[in-house]
Design a protein around this ligand. Structure first.
Ligand code: KG4
Ligand code: ZN
Length: 335
């Protein structure tokens, strides 16, 4: 088999990452420098702080990735980069670095949508079969994407307000859990029970859209009300109740879409796809759809990383997609 190596850059939010991917499916290097520790004290990502971190880290990550992959620039077939959606200043660091490498080494430049990248994180768990449906759950997005064929993405439903990860992080703030709160709430949820019965928004509506702001408000109101009455609420039960509501809505809407769209595969991806409760519940639900293959992004590749950009970049490159040196960051890029 011919060996095609893609160098990939990701810098859309708070991780600086550079990867080298062989034939779109094998990771030779995936260096991720996270800024979570510097962003924690702000309770979220401060765009200006993010950009500065990316500038400091990107060349270090690049040198590290090239060394770990044990390759030279002459071995590369193309350079892939996330150009949106994300923070404009953050994206520009990766885009500029990718352009510099592509220009200096006469390599094609492949523009990659960050959300397509999240879908292709699942490529490291198995082959993607079309037509497919993907549930993308991250800090900035919650959407159901229909993929009729390779390099073709159609959003069939999305959140009307907060993303699922955003709801986790906002609820975490009220509970005194540091940003990003998803993993800790997930762990806490396993020690509690769904005693609060928070709302399951839009579950019975005839569309594939989501809403999480009502759940977030119900949660915050419950906590504030208890504070006023000097009542102690069980933190584990709070977490379990919140998580159960999120899981039921995500699964209910996805199951509804699976009944309308004939697909060979369901893909679960994005930062929130690392949620163990969600993974378990999906695995169970998918037994009701024996004709649909279920592919989850590997746990360690659910969060932002350049390996997934390299995998999506590989199929985009094979499909003839190219950018020139005028490529710009597109903060609100859609499919
Ligand atoms: O995909 P991602 O790394 O960044 C974006 O593109 O947004 O997603 C980050 C989000 C954060 O909101 C974080 O709290 C959430 O994913 N997250 C989780 C878990 N791990 C990370 N949410 C729920 N359960 C988890 N285990
Ligand atoms: Zn992401």
């Amino acid at each position: 088999e011919k060996r095609d190596l893609i160098l990939a850059f990701e810098s859309s939010c708070d991780e600086t990452s550079v990867a080298v991917i062989e034939n779109g499916k094998r990771i030779l290097a995936n260096v991720v420098a996270t800024q979570i520790n510097s962003q924690k004290r702000f309770g979220g990502v401060v765009p200006e702080v993010a950009s500065r971190h990316h500038i400091e880290q990107i060349t270090i990550c690049l040198a590290d990735a090239m060394q770990r992959a044990q390759i030279t620039y002459d071995d590369l077939s193309a350079v892939a980069v996330t150009y949106g959606p994300g923070l404009v200043g953050a994206l520009l660091v990766g885009v500029t670095a990718a352009k510099a490498v592509a220009f200096a080494h006469h390599l094609p430049l492949i523009p990659v949508n960050h959300m397509a990248g999240h879908i292709y994180a699942a490529r490291f768990a198995g082959e993607i079969k079309f037509p497919a449906l993907a549930l993308l759950v991250s800090g900035g997005h919650t959407e159901l994407v229909y993929l009729p064929k390779v390099n073709c993405y159609q959003i069939i439903g999305e959140t009307r307000d907060d993303a699922a990860g955003e709801a986790y992080d906002k609820v975490g703030r009220v509970m005194g859990i540091p940003y990003p709160a998803g993993k800790q709430i997930d762990e806490l949820a396993h020690q509690g029970k769904d005693t609060f019965n928070f709302p399951r928004a839009m579950l019975n509506e005839e569309n594939f859209d989501f809403s999480f702001s009502g759940l977030k408000s119900a949660f915050i109101n419950t906590v504030h009300h208890a504070e006023q009455l000097h009542q102690e609420l069980d933190q584990a039960d709070l977490a379990a109740s919140f998580q159960q509501s999120v899981i039921e809505v995500l699964i209910g809407k996805t199951a509804k879409a699976l009944k309308k769209y004939f697909v060979k595969q369901l893909i679960l991806a994005g930062g929130v796809a690392a949620n163990t409760g969600l993974r378990t519940a999906f695995t169970q639900t998918m037994q009701q759809f024996p004709q649909v293959d279920f592919l989850q992004a590997p746990l360690n590749l659910c969060g932002d990383n350049a390996a997934m950009i390299g995998a999506a970049g590989y199929v985009a490159w094979k499909g003839g997609q190219r950018a020139d040196l005028n490529l710009n960051a597109v903060p609100s890029l859609e499919f």
